[in-house]
Design a protein around this ligand. Structure first.
Ligand code: ZN
Length: 418
C-alpha cells in the first residue's frame, strides 16, 4: 500500500518535499510527486532525517549504577571496571534482557533505530552475549542491533579473554572488541590489537575497540590499529572508540597519525558525556576535556560520530538514550558551533553513525532503501539543534513505531502564546 508524507523539510533542500513509500521502502522523494496515495500524512514543514544511530552503548550494564557495591567513588574509568567486575557475577540471561529492553525502549522513544552494543564476554557463562543475541533476534523488525564481542576485563588480563572473544564471534557477535589500554603491559595491549585484527579477518567481522580511553598521551594503540587494518584493507570496517589520549597527543604526533587515519578510512566514536565525566581525573588545573580530536577528525573528512555509551552504570550515573543531549554536549565540548557545523551537526548522530556501523546500503533517505526515518519538532536543522528538539514520529519500513503530539500548554498570557 502506498503512503505519502507531504510538507517535509529535508536537510539541504529549499522547498517542502514529499516522501512516497511503498511496500516498506522509499519509492520517491521530491518536491511535487503528483501521486495519489492510499494514505497521506501532512508533516507541516517538520524536519525529516534518517533515524538516530547509537553506535556505542553497553546494554548489559544499564541501570546497575545503584546496585550494592557498584558505586564508583572516584568517578574514573578504572574504578568503573573494578566495580563492574566485583558485581557482575550472578546475572541471569532474563535479568540482563529485562534491563536491556528498558534501555532500548528509552532509546527508541527518542528516535534511535540502530544500536551497536558491546557485550562483556569476560565471563565464561557468556550471560550478556546470550541475552543480547536473543534481544537482537526478538527486535529485528523494529530495531537494528549489532553486538561487539567485548572483553571488558582484557583479552590477556582476564584468563582466556582472547578465547572468549573468539567464542563470542562464533556465537554470532558482529564485531571484534578489545581494550588494549587496560591490558597489564603495553606488549599485551599490542598483542590484543593484533589478535582483534586477526579474528576480524578470520571470521569476516567488523572491529570496534575501546582504544586509548585514558589521558595518557603515551597510550598509542590507535596507531597500531590503524596501521594493521590499513595493511589488511579493512580500515573502513574498523572503529576506534573513545581514543581520549589522541586529545592529549602532541601536535607533531597527531599531524603524522592523521595522514594514516585518512588513508586507512578508520571510523571514530566519541562519547562526550561519559568522557568529559571520566577523564581528566588525575589532572589538577588546567583540567583536560578528555575527548578525542572530534573537530579535527571531522574537518579532515574522517568519519566520526557520537554515542551514548552508558545509561546509569558503574561508569556514568546518568544517560537516557537521548542522542540530542549527547550531540548538544558534544558540539559544546568539541567547539563545533560555527553555523555550517550546526547545520550538519545531526550527521554526528545519524549518517556518520551509519557509516561506522557499515550499514550505508540500507540507511538514508533514498529511493529503494528501507523507509526508516524520524520527524523532529523543528523546521530546520539549526532550530532542531538550538532547541534540542524532540522526536515526533519514528517510522520503520513505512510503519509508525510511535507518534508523539507536542504537549499542550495552558496559559492566558499573551506573551507565552505562539
Ligand atoms: Zn564503552
Amino acid at each position: 500500500m502506498q503512503k505519502l508524507y507531504t510538507n517535509a523539510t529535508l536537510v539541504d533542500k529549499d522547498e517542502p518535499q514529499e516522501i512516497l513509500i511503498d511496500n516498506g521502502k522509499f519509492t520517491a522523494i521530491g518536491p511535487h510527486l503528483a501521486v495519489e496515495a492510499a494514505e497521506t500524512v501532512d508533516l507541516n514543514g517538520r524536519l525529516v532525517v534518517p533515524p538516530y544511530v547509537d553506535p556505542h552503548i553497553h546494554l548489559d550494564y544499564v541501570y546497575t549504577a545503584m546496585r550494592q557495591g557498584a558505586l564508583n567513588g572516584t568517578g574514573t574509568l578504572f574504578e568503573g571496571i573494578q566495580r563492574w567486575s566485583e558485581t557482575k557475577a550472578g546475572a541471569t540471561v532474563e535479568e540482563v534482557k529485562e534491563r536491556a529492553r528498558r534501555a532500548v525502549r528509552e532509546e527508541m522513544l527518542q528516535g534511535v533505530q540502530y544500536i551497536r552494543t558491546h557485550a562483556d564476554v569476560t565471563d565464561p557463562s557468556m550471560t550478556s552475549l546470550k541475552a543480547l543475541l536473543e534481544l537482537k533476534e526478538e527486535l529485528k523488525d523494529i530495531l537494528t542491533i549489532q553486538i561487539v564481542s567485548f572483553p571488558q576485563e582484557g583479552m590477556y588480563a582476564y584468563p582466556n579473554g582472547a578465547e572468549l572473544v573468539e567464542e563470542g564471534l562464533k556465537m554470532g557477535a558482529d564485531c571484534v572488541g578489545g581494550i588494549p589500554h587496560y591490558e597489564l603491559a603495553r606488549e599485551f595491549g599490542e598483542k590484543s590489537v593484533h589478535k582483534a585484527v586477526e579474528l576480524a579477518v578470520k571470521y569476516d567481522k567488523l572491529i570496534d575497540l575501546h582504544c586509548d580511553e585514558t589521558d595518557d598521551d603515551q597510550s598509542r594503540f590507535l596507531e597500531l590499529l590503524t596501521a594493521l587494518t590499513y595493511m589488511e584493507g579493512i580500515g573502513d570496517r574498523t572503529t576506534a572508540s573513545h581514543t581520549c589520549s589522541f586529545g592529549s597527543a602532541n601536535g607533531a604526533y597527531a599531524f603524522r597519525l592523521m595522514k594514516t587515519l585518512i588513508k586507512a578510512k578508520l571510523n571514530f566514536i566519541s562519547c562526550p558525556t561519559e568522557n568529559i565525566y571520566l577523564e581528566g581525573r588525575q589532572d589538577t588545573y588546567p583540567k583536560r576535556r578528555g575527548l578525542t580530536r572530534v573537530k579535527e577528525l571531522n574537518d579532515a573528512g574522517i568519519n566520526v560520530c557520537f554515542a551514548q555509551d552508558s545509561i546509569a552504570d558503574p561508569w556514568y550515573p546518568l544517560g537516557n538514550g537521548n542522542l540530542m543531549n549527547v550531540l548538544d554536549n558534544g558540539i559544546h565540548i568539541c567547539q563545533m558551533m560555527s553555523f555550517p557545523e550546526i547545520d550538519h551537526a545531526l550527521d554526528l548522530i545519524t549518517t556518520h553513525g551509519a557509516v561506522t556501523m557499515h550499514i550505508q546500503d540500507e540507511y538514508g533517505l533514498d529511493a529503494g532503501k528501507p523507509a526508516n526515518f524520524i520527524v523532529l519538532d523543528a523546521d530546520s536543522p539549526y532550530e532542531a539543534v538550538r532547541c534540542r528538539t524532540g522526536v515526533l514520529r519514528s517510522v520503520r519500513y513505512g510503519k509508525e513505531l510511535f507518534v508523539r503530539e507536542p504537549a499542550p500548554v495552558k496559559t492566558d498570557l499573551a506573551i507565552l502564546q505562539a
